[in-house]
Write a protein that binds this ligand. Structure first.
Ligand code: OOG
Ligand code: NI
Length: 463
C-alpha cells in the first residue's frame, strides 16, 4: 500500500475561505464594495504608517492583509451542528468558546470554529462563528413543534461532503484532488437559496416569533450570513461606508479607539432586503423578501487575561448604563464619547497592561539577549535590562456583547426581544458531540511556551 500524500488541513481551510469569498462577493455585490473600501483604507493606512507596515511585513503576509478573517452561519438542529463539527475538523477548525446570546435577546448559543495554535493561525486564521437555534426559547409550543418538523426534513450537506468527511476521518486527511472536491461540496451548504422551504404564511409566523427563527427554518441551508475582512483602521471604514453607498450599523462594537488595541472591534453594513420566492401551497411560488445577509469588518488587539477581561466587561457594562446605543444611530456620538471616557480606566500602554496582568504577551530574546545573558536573573530583570522583549498576543475569539450587537443590527431596527438568560453549555456540547476548548488556556499556553523558549535559550548559553 503506498503512503497517502495528505493535503494539509491548513491548505484546505485556505481554499475554503477563498472559495467562500468568491461565492459571497458574487451573491452580495455590496460585500464586494466593502472589500474594495477595506483594501483602499488598508493601503492608505500602510502608506501613512511606515512603522506599522514594517511590523506587518515581518509578521504577516502583506498581500493577504485585507482577506477574510471570519464568517457566520446559524444552524437548526443538533445533528447539523455535530456534522458541521466533523466537516470543520477536516479543515483544521475546532470549536473554541461558548457564547450565550439569549441574554441579548437572540435565541441562539454559539461557538467559533477556528484553527488552534500559532502556526495554524498564521497560515490562515479563518473562523466560522456558528450558532445553533434554540427552539426551547420559543414560547409558542405549536410553532416550536412545526419548526422542528420542518428542520428535521432538510438535509444541509451534500452526499459528497459527507462521504469525503468520512474518508478524511478514516485516512487521517485527504489527498489534494479529494480536498478540492471536498471544498466544492462543502461550499454548497453555505450557498444562498432564493427559494424558501416554506409558504409565505409560515414565514410570517416564524418571523413574528423571532426574525432569526425565520432565517434558520425557512431555508434549505444555513447560508453564510456575512464575511469579515480585516481592516487596519475600522473608524475610517465606518466613516467612509456611506460614501460607497453602503449603510453602516450605528456604532462600532467592542472597546473604543486606543493606542494599544485590546480584544476585538467590529462593525458591519446593515443586512440587505432580498427577494425570495415562497411556496404558495399549490405547487407554485409567491414572491416576498428576506433580510439576513451583510458584510462586516474587524480589527483585533491583544488577548486579555481573565483579570483584563473582567475589567473590560465591567467598563463596557458601565458605559452601557450611561448610554445604550440605539439601533437608528441617534445617540451614536454620545455612546462613543461615553465609551472613550469610561475606558480611561483601562491602561493604554503595553508595559502597564503587562505589569497589571491584564493581557497575554509573547516573549522573545532581543538582539542583545541573543548574544548572551547574565547567569542568574529573573524574567523581570532580563526585560528591564533589555535582554528579553514582549509583544501582545492577538485575540482570536469573539465577544458576546459585540456578537449580540452585530446580530441585532442585522435583524432589523425593530424592538428587540427579551429572553430569560439561560446559558446551557452542557446542552450545546452534547449537541455538538464534543467539548468546546477554553480560549484562555490557548493564550496562556502561547505565553508560557514563549517564556520557556527564552529560558531554554539562556540555559544553552555559556555562563
Ligand atoms: C453572528 C454574529 C456574531 C461576530 O462577528 O460577532 C459575529 C450572526 O449574525 O450569525 O459574527
Ligand atoms: Ni461576525
Amino acid at each position: 500500500m503506498s503512503a497517502l500524500s495528505i493535503f494539509p488541513a491548513d491548505a484546505i481551510r485556505s481554499e475554503f475561505s477563498s472559495a467562500m469569498s468568491a461565492m459571497y462577493r458574487n451573491e452580495v455585490p455590496a460585500y464586494g464594495t466593502l472589500m474594495e473600501l477595506v483594501a483602499r483604507v488598508n493601503d492608505e493606512t500602510l502608506a501613512e504608517q511606515p512603522a506599522l507596515k514594517a511590523r506587518l511585513d515581518a509578521t504577516d503576509t502583506l498581500e493577504r492583509i485585507s482577506q477574510e478573517r471570519h464568517g457566520a452561519i446559524r444552524l437548526g438542529t443538533a445533528e447539523e451542528l455535530a456534522m458541521m463539527r466533523r466537516i470543520f475538523a477536516v479543515m483544521g477548525m475546532y470549536p473554541v468558546g461558548y457564547y450565550d446570546l439569549s441574554t441579548a435577546g437572540v435565541p441562539v448559543h454559539s461557538t467559533a470554529f477556528r484553527p488552534v495554535g500559532e502556526e495554524a493561525l498564521k497560515r490562515n486564521p479563518f473562523r466560522i462563528f456558528t450558532s445553533l437555534l434554540r427552539l426551547d426559547l420559543i414560547a409558542d409550543e405549536a410553532l416550536r413543534a412545526e419548526a422542528a418538523t420542518i428542520l428535521s426534513h432538510r438535509q444541509i450537506f451534500t452526499p459528497g461532503a459527507i462521504a469525503l468527511t468520512e474518508k478524511a476521518e478514516k485516512q487521517g486527511g485527504l489527498e489534494k484532488d479529494d480536498a478540492l472536491r471536498f471544498v466544492a461540496e462543502v461550499l454548497e451548504t453555505f450557498r444562498w437559496h432564493d427559494k424558501a422551504n416554506v409558504a409565505l404564511s409560515m414565514y410570517h409566523r416564524l418571523h413574528d416569533a423571532h426574525r432569526l427563527i425565520a432565517d434558520v427554518v425557512s431555508f434549505k441551508g444555513p447560508h453564510i450570513n456575512h464575511l469579515t475582512p480585516r481592516t487596519l483602521d475600522i473608524d475610517k471604514v465606518q466613516a467612509l461606508m456611506p460614501e460607497y453607498g453602503i449603510a453602516p450599523k450605528a456604532v462600532v462594537e467592542g472597546p473604543p479607539t486606543r493606542t494599544c488595541p485590546i480584544l476585538l472591534r467590529q462593525t458591519s453594513f446593515k443586512a440587505l432586503e432580498e427577494p425570495v420566492s415562497f411556496q404558495d401551497g399549490k405547487g407554485g411560488w409567491q414572491s416576498g423578501t428576506h433580510t439576513a445577509r451583510f458584510g462586516e469588518i474587524e480589527q483585533r488587539g491583544i488577548a486579555l487575561t481573565p483579570k483584563g477581561r473582567a475589567l473590560y466587561d465591567a467598563l463596557l457594562d458601565e458605559t452601557r448604563k450611561v448610554v445604550r446605543p440605539a439601533a437608528d444611530g441617534s445617540n451614536a456620538a454620545a455612546y462613543d464619547a461615553a465609551l472613550a471616557d469610561v475606558f480611561k480606566a483601562f491602561p493604554d500602554d503595553w508595559a502597564s497592561i503587562r505589569a497589571e496582568g491584564l493581557g497575554y504577551f509573547s516573549y522573545s530574546l532581543t538582539e542583545k539577549g541573543m548574544k548572551g545573558i547574565p547567569p542568574v536573573s529573573s524574567l523581570e530583570t532580563l526585560i528591564a535590562d533589555g535582554y528579553i522583549c514582549f509583544d501582545p498576543i492577538v485575540y482570536e475569539d469573539f465577544l458576546p456583547v459585540s456578537a449580540a450587537g452585530i446580530f441585532q443590527s442585522n435583524l432589523g431596527d425593530g424592538a428587540s426581544q427579551e429572553f430569560v438568560a439561560s446559558p446551557n453549555q452542557k446542552r450545546f456540547e452534547a449537541d455538538l458531540g464534543a467539548q468546546v476548548l477554553n480560549e484562555f488556556d490557548h493564550y496562556a499556553g502561547i505565553e508560557t511556551a514563549s517564556i520557556e523558549a527564552c529560558l531554554a535559550a539562556f540555559a544553552r548559553q555559556p555562563a
